[in-house]
Design a binder for this molecule. Structure first.
Ligand code: ZN
Length: 62
């Protein structure tokens, strides 16, 4: 018997800078604070956002 591993709704893996899974209610993508959305840091892919320039954070509405 094999169990299916849990996966995010979008299938996108979490980046180190992500606070929440993509698709989670009351979350949103915002510019990465480390690379300021450029996706690069010191000439390399930003480790926080994995070069995407965006991270998923909790936004909330309460
Ligand atoms: Zn970044």
């Amino acid at each position: 018997m094999r169990r299916n591993p849990p996966s995010p709704p979008t299938g996108r893996p979490l980046n180190p800078g992500d606070e929440q899974r993509p698709g989670t209610p009351q979350t949103g993508e915002t510019l990465c604070w480390d690379c300021k959305g450029s996706g690069r840091l010191s000439g390399r892919s930003c480790p926080t956002c994995q070069g995407s320039g965006r991270v998923v954070v909790s936004v909330g509405d309460a």
